[in-house]
Ligand binder design. Structure first.
Ligand code: MN
Length: 721
C-alpha cells in the first residue's frame, strides 16, 4: 500500500468512526509531517512517514480524538526534524503541540536495567504524561515500532523488547488496554525467547484444525441455546494469546500439549442481567470447573476490567474459558481508558453508567467538566504526591512532590548537600529552589570546600531528611554560642574535679590535652564540646592524666622523703610525709572536709582518700595494710571556696511532691546538684539518690538536718556513689 492510499484509508476510517472529526486538520498534520520527514528513511528503507501514519492508524483504532491523531502524525517531528513546538502550536494549537512535546519527552527517558526500578519507571512514565493521551500515543508509537522491530539490530531488538515487556505492557494493562497489552507481550516474547515462542506457535499450528473445529462447535451450541432463549448475543472464539500460554507453561512447567486451557469463547450481550443469564445457560450446557468462576462485574479489576469468567469442560473433555460481558465492557476491555474516552464523547450520560474506580479518583476535581473535555483534561495524578527524577547516571530517585534540588542533594549525602553550590536540571543551570519535575535529570554542583547550607534553604525543602541535616549543620556552626557553652561545661567539670587550676595554670597540661585531641586552640576545644563533637568526660579524663603526669615529673625532681607537710596542698588534703601529692577522693564514700579520713596508696594514681568509716577501709585485706597512710584536711584549703562531691541517700514514704520538696531545699541552700535520681519501692516507699557539691561536713550536716525535717522524709544517710 503506498503512502497516499494509506492516508486516504486512514481518513476514511476516521470519518466512519468519528463523524465529527476534523478531517482537514488531520490531512494538514499529515502534509506537515510528510514535509518535515521528507528524505528520511526507516531502517527497512521505507519512507519515514509510514511510521507516523501507522501510529495515527493505531490511534484511530483506539478511538481517540482529532488532536491525538494529529499528534500521532507529528509525534517524531520535534525530535527528528526542524518542525518544533512553536510551529506546531501555531498551526495545530497548543493542545497538539503539548501532546507531541509530551511524547517526545517520554521518548528521551533512558531506562535502567535494574529490576527494582521498573515499578518506579512505570509510575514515572504515567506521572510524567500530564495528559493521558500522551501515554496512549506513546503506546501506539511503541506498538508500531514493535511490529517493525525486525529491522533493528539483534541487540536493539532485545533491549526494546525487554523494555516493552517490563514497562509498556504493564502500563497498557494498568490502563485496561488488553488488546494493546497482548500484542506488545507477544511481540516482545518473540524477541526475548524466540525458541519458546516458536514452540507455542508450532504447537498451536499443529492443533489448529482441532481448535477451530472445537470452537465452531461450542459457538454453535451456545449460540443456539441463547437464540432459543431470546437473548441477543454475539459470540467470538479464539485461541488465547501466546504470552499467556507461555506464562502458563512456564509457571506450571508443562509443554504446550499439556496445556488444555488455551481456547476461549467470548459472549457479548446487551445487558448486565443477560450476562448472568448466559452464565446460567453455559453452566447448563457444560460442566464448570470449580473455583474458576470469576465475577469481575460485581468486583471489577483495579484497571476497570469487567466481565464474567468461567472455565468449563467441553464435550471432548477439553476445558475452555468463557468470558461474558456487555458491548461497553468489551470496549473497555479492549481499549481501556481510550474506550472510556470514546464512550464519553459519543454516548449521552446515563445514570447507570459505571465509572471505574481509579478513573473516578482521577476525576474527582473535574466532575463538572463537559463530556467533550472528559479525558482531555485528565491530569494523571495517580502519584501526585511523588516526583521521580534521575541522577546523571540514570538512577531513579523518588522524592515528595515539590521537592527541590536541595532535597535531592541531601538525599544523596549530607556532604553533597553541604557542598552544594548550584545545580543543573537536564544539563542546564537552574536555581536551587527549582521545583523538580518528573523525569528531570538532576546534577548537583559542589565545591571542594564545605560551604554549608544557607538559613533560607530550610524554606526551600520538602524532605525531613534535608531538614535534619541542615539543622545539624547549623548546630555545629553556631560557633560563638558553642564556645560559650563548651567553656561553661568544661569549667564546671574541671572545678568539681578539682582540676580547674591545674588545667588553667599549667601550660604544658593544656597543650598536651589540646594536642591529644587535635584542637589548635582552647577555643576550638570549647566549640567542639559545645556542639557535642567531644564529651566533657573525655576531656576531663585526659586532663586528669596530664595532671598526674605533670605531678609525677615534679615528684621525681623532688624526693619523696622531703617533708612537705607545711606546703600548700592543691587537693585540699595533706598526706603525711608526702604533703602535696596527687590525691583523689574515693567514690565509694565521697569524703568532704570535716570527715575523718585516711589515704590509700593506689597503683598509679597516688593517694585515694576515704572516710575512716568507709566499708572499704574496714574490709581492707591484711596485705594492703602497708598502703594505708595518714592524711588530713588542709585547713587553708578548706577556707577556700572549693567544693566537694558527695552522695546522699534519702528514704521517703512515697508522698507526692517529696522529690520537689527535696529539690527545693537544695536550691534554697544554694547546693549544686550533680545527680538526682528518685525511684519508688514496691512497699510504698521511695528512695532518692543525690550527688551534691558541698564545702565540708558542717554544711553537709546542716543540709541533712533540713532534709530530715521535710514531711515524707524518713532518713538521710551518706552514701557511696
Ligand atoms: Mn515514533
Amino acid at each position: 500500500m503506498d503512502i497516499q492510499t494509506k492516508i486516504d484509508f486512514l481518513i476514511e476510517r476516521v470519518q466512519k468512526q468519528t463523524p465529527n472529526a476534523d478531517v482537514d486538520k488531520i490531512r494538514m498534520a499529515y502534509e506537515c509531517a510528510n514535509a518535515a520527514h521528507a528524505g528520511q528513511k526507516r531502517k527497512n528503507g521505507d519512507p519515514y512517514i509510514i511510521h507516523p501514519v501507522s501510529v495515527a492508524g493505531i490511534i484511530v483504532e483506539m478511538g481517540l480524538d482529532t488532536d491525538s491523531i494529529c499528534a500521532g502524525l507529528l509525534h517524531d517531528c520535534m525530535e527528528d526534524t526542524d518542525f518544533q513546538y512553536d510551529q506546531i502550536a501555531e498551526k495545530f494549537g497548543k493542545s497538539v503541540a503539548d501532546l507531541v512535546d509530551g511524547v517526545t519527552r517520554l521518548g528521551q527517558l533512558h531506562y535502567s536495567k535494574e529490576q527494582e526500578q521498573m515499578e518506579d519507571l512505570r509510575k514515572m512514565l504515567i506521572a510524567m504524561a500530564k495528559d493521558i493521551r500522551v501515554i496512549l500515543i506513546k503506546l501506539a508509537d511503541r506498538l508500531h515500532n514493535m511490529r517493525t522491530i525486525q529491522f533493528m539490530t539483534v541487540e536493539k531488538q532485545r533491549s526494546k523488547s525487554l523494555e516493552t515487556m517490563e514497562i509498556y505492557a504493564p502500563i497498557a494493562h494498568r490502563l485496561g488496554m488488553q488488546k494493546v497489552k497482548w500484542e506488545l507481550e507477544d511481540l516482545s516474547l518473540q524477541r526475548l525467547d524466540p525458541i519458546g515462542y516458536k514452540e507455542i506457535v508450532d504447537g498451536l499450528e499443529r492443533q489448529r484444525s482441532e481448535h477451530e473445529e472445537m470452537l465452531e462447535r461450542i459457538k454453535k451450541t451456545i449460540g443456539t441455546k441463547l437464540n432459543e432463549s431470546g437473548i441477543k448475543n454475539s459470540i467470538s472464539a479464539r485461541v488465547k494469546h501466546i504470552y499467556s500460554i507461555y506464562r502458563k507453561m512456564y509457571e506450571q512447567n508443562k509443554s504446550i500439549d499439556e496445556i488444555y486451557d488455551i481456547c476461549a469463547v467470548r459472549v457479548i450481550v446487551d445487558s448486565v442481567a443477560d450476562c448472568y443469564n448466559v452464565l446460567g445457560y453455559v453452566h447448563d450446557l457444560y460442566k464448570p470447573i470449580p473455583g474458576r468462576f470469576k465475577d469481575y462485574i460485581s468486583t471489577p479489576k483495579p484497571n476497570g476490567y469487567r466481565s464474567l469468567h468461567t472455565t468449563v469442560i467441553g464435550r471432548s473433555g477439553v476445558p475452555f474459558e468463557v468470558q461474558i460481558r456487555t458491548e461497553e465492557m468489551h470496549k473497555m476491555a479492549e481499549y481501556g481508558v481510550a474506550a472510556h474516552w470514546k464512550y464519553k464523547q459519543h454516548v449521552e450520560k446515563n445514570g447507570s453508567e459505571e465509572t471505574y474506580a481509579w478513573i473516578r479518583q482521577l476525576l474527582e476535581s473535574q466532575q463538572d467538566t463537559e463530556a467533550e473535555d472528559f479525558i482531555k483534561n485528565i491530569k494523571v495524578d495517580l502519584f501526585s504526591d511523588e516526583v521521580f527524577v534521575f541522577t546523571p547516571r540514570g538512577d531513579v530517585v523518588n522524592l515528595p512532590a515539590g521537592a527541590t534540588p536541595i532535597d535531592f542533594a541531601y538525599g544523596i549525602h549530607s556532604a553533597v548537600g553541604n557542598r552544594m553550590t548550584g545545580c543543573k536540571i537536564n544539563s542546564k543551570i537552574a536555581p536551587i529552589d527549582y521545583t523538580l519535575q518528573n523525569g528531570d535529570i538532576v546534577e548537583i554542583l559542589t565545591s571542594k570546600e564545605t560551604h554549608g547550607p544557607k538559613r533560607d534553604w530550610l524554606n526551600m525543602i520538602k524532605t525531613s531528611e534535608a531538614r535534619n541535616k541542615i539543622k545539624q549543620w547549623f548546630k555545629k556552626e553556631c560557633r560563638e554560642e558553642n564556645i560559650e557553652q563548651g567553656r561553661t561545661d568544661l569549667d564546671r567539670e574541671l572545678r568539681s574535679s578539682l582540676l580547674y587550676n591545674h588545667f588553667m595554670e599549667r601550660p604544658e597540661v593544656q597543650a598536651n590535652v589540646l594536642k591529644k585531641f587535635g584542637y589548635p586552640s582552647l577555643e576550638e576545644l570549647y566549640a567542639a564540646i559545645g556542639y557535642g563533637g567531644i564529651t566533657v568526660t573525655k576531656v576531663l579524663n585526659k586532663v586528669r592524666d596530664e595532671v598526674v603526669r605533670a605531678r609525677k615529673q615534679e615528684e621525681n625532681r623532688q624526693p619523696l622523703t622531703q617533708n612537705r607537710v607545711q606546703g600548700r596542698s592543691e587537693s585540699g588534703v595533706i598526706v603525711e610525709d608526702i604533703g602535696n601529692c596527687k590525691v583523689k577522693f574515693a567514690r565509694c564514700c565521697t569524703p568532704v572536709p570535716g570527715d575523718d579520713i585516711i589515704g590509700y596508696i593506689t597503683r598509679g594514681y597516688g593517694v585515694s582518700v576515704h572516710r575512716k568509716d568507709c566499708v572499704n577501709v574496714k574490709h581492707s585485706s591484711p596485705e594492703d595494710r602497708e598502703r594505708w597512710v595518714k592524711v588530713c584536711w588542709d585547713e587553708n584549703h578548706i577556707e577556700t571556696k572549693e567544693r566537694f562531691n558527695t552522695a546522699l541517700q534519702i528514704s521517703t514514704n512515697d508522698r507526692m511532691g517529696v522529690m520537689n520538696d527535696v529539690l527545693q531545699t537544695l536550691t534554697n541552700n544554694h547546693i549544686n546538684v550533680k545527680d538526682f535520681n528518685g525511684k519508688t519501692l514496691s512497699e510504698g516507699y521511695g528512695i532518692i539518690n543525690i550527688v551534691i557539691e558541698v564545702t565540708g561536713l558542717s554544711q553537709l550536716d546542716a543540709l541533712k538536718k533540713k532534709l530530715r525535717s521535710l514531711r515524707g522524709v524518713i532518713n538521710v544517710v551518706r552514701q557511696s556513689m
